[in-house]
Design a protein around this ligand. Structure first.
Ligand SMILES: Cc1cc2nc3c(=O)[nH]c(=O)nc-3n(C[C@H](O)[C@H](O)[C@H](O)COP(=O)(O)OP(=O)(O)OC[C@H]3O[C@@H](n4cnc5c(N)ncnc54)[C@H](O)[C@@H]3O)c2cc1C
Length: 411
């Protein structure tokens, strides 16, 4: 194509997916496996990194397994993380991280590696056409039904247009597809925390590999965990109200945050930072309408919550599975199936969303909930229930319910 030409693909594809990372690649692979012809587009070129740490709980690993990608994930050399160690002032606590089946309880694979595993499979999957460097900024409609996308290819600035039976926005929390289709937002909660992270090497390893979590008295929280390539991720979260101050001199401010977390400084004493800090302070929590005539949203495009629980990747993979199942219905049943997809998505993520936006479970007073959370740093069984909830390795009611809270209080 030369500059000024427009590419049009009417009738060529069953689905167009905008965004080719976790949610988009997983949806493309799922649809292609069912025989669909898929056009997968991304504004980025790959391999490339994105703003994200990358805790992969066992349900994310199970979803990668269903895509045939577990062996490749294990082969990255990222160690299985089996325990959590939580430190808060003078208190400390440890527990095993529950898992699903015989999967590692937790792993961490950098996004530049993980996303490429998915895209390598995409490139080798018949039925998927993948274009990188294509930014979509509009949808097309016929008789009010979305039936395509418009945008521009970075190479040569060529206008791009394509058509399909369904347009899927998998283009992240600032989704252009959501904007173009006018997807309504609901249950929006302003940012609670801001997060910065960077990579280290030569952190003294713990045996077994451990997710280290440190809290401080000023509402700061931090994770330190090993990932692939012998690296360690340090992620610092702190109240969003402090973000503007921190970003003005983030090196000094983040060093002070590390110093405030008893024990963390000692863990980093022989370590070398091998990247600069990356951070975000605009981590709004929201749901968006999941689907409408000719369109659907998946992953962060449709639902976003603060990454403190490290569940975005798992949720993107699992909601991609729900969407693929909905799109398998015959065309005449599609609208009902997509409506059910939206309800299924919301039911799936609701307990963790409510937890993330600091709502007590139904029937629990804020005071009792605060007391309950306080026990996590003292009681290994409670820490285990908490981490089982985060890992989605146990029914959510085992931690996030009035029955669980008051049973814990009686122990
Ligand atoms: C600081 C931070 C730490 C995190 N830590 C974790 C963690 O430990 N564990 C975890 O599970 N999750 C974590 N998350 C969340 C996780 O990164 C997201 O939930 C996950 O990336 C969602 O995947 P996605 O495929 O929906 O979207 P994304 O990964 O955001 O991918 C969207 C893609 O769409 C493309 N795109 C965007 N706009 C357009 C357009 N107009 N046209 C074409 N392409 C477009 C982008 O280029 C991008 O490649 C973290 C997030 C942040 C910000």
């Amino acid at each position: 194509m030369t500059k000024g030409q427009q590419r049009s693909t009417a009738g060529e594809y069953d689905a167009i997916i905008v965004g080719a990372r976790i949610a988009g690649a997983a949806t493309a692979l799922g649809l292609a496996r069912r025989g669909a012809r898929v056009l997968l587009l991304d504004a980025a070129t790959f391999p490339s990194d994105t703003l994200s740490t990358h805790l992969l709980w066992s349900d994310a690993l199970a979803a990668l397994d269903r895509l045939g990608l577990l062996d490749a994930t294990l082969a990255t050399g990222a160690p299985p993380i089996e325990r959590i160690r939580l430190a808060f002032g003078r208190h400390g606590n440890e527990a095993a991280i529950p898992t699903q089946g015989d999967l590692p309880p937790l792993m961490s694979v950098r996004r530049i590696v993980l996303d490429e595993l998915l895209l390598d499979r995409v490139r080798r999957t018949p039925g998927i056409t993948f274009h990188e460097g294509v930014t979509i900024d509009a949808v097309t409609r016929t008789a009010g039904v979305v039936d395509g996308v418009r945008g521009v290819a970075r190479r040569g600035g060529v206008a791009f247009m394509a058509h399909a039976g369904i347009v899927v926005g998998a283009d992240g929390r600032h989704s252009a597809v959501a904007r173009a289709v006018g997807a309504a937002e609901y249950d929006v909660v302003p940012p609670i925390l801001a997060t910065y992270y960077r990579y280290y090497r030569d952190v003294a390893p713990l045996d077994p590999a451990t997710l280290e979590a440190y809290r401080d008295a000023e509402g700061g929280f931090c994770y330190l965990f090993p990932c692939d390539a012998g690296l360690w991720t340090l992620a610092l979260s702190f109240p969003q109200a402090d973000f503007d101050r921190v970003r003005r001199d983030h090196e000094t401010e983040l060093a002070a945050q590390i110093a405030r977390k008893g024990g963390l400084g000692a863990r980093l004493v022989s370590a070398e930072a091998v990247s600069s800090w990356r951070g975000a302070g605009d981590l709004t929590n929201f749901f968006r309408e999941a689907a409408g005539p000719g369109w659907a949203l998946v992953g962060d495009a449709g639902y976003h919550r603060d990454p403190i629980t490290g569940r975005g990747i798992a949720d993107a993979l699992r909601t991609a599975e729900l969407l693929v199942a909905a799109l398998a219905h015959p065309l005449g049943e599609r609208a009902a199936a997509l409506a059910e997809y939206g309800r299924g998505r919301d039911a799936l993520v609701r307990p963790l969303y409510d937890f993330t936006v600091e709502r007590p479970p139904a029937g629990v007073t804020p005071d009792d909930w605060g007391t309950n959370l306080g026990r996590i740093v003292r009681d290994p069984a409670h820490l285990s229930a908490y981490i089982g909830f985060m890992a989605n390795a146990a029914p959510s009611e085992a931690f996030y319910s009035a029955a669980a809270v008051y049973a814990m209080a009686r122990r």
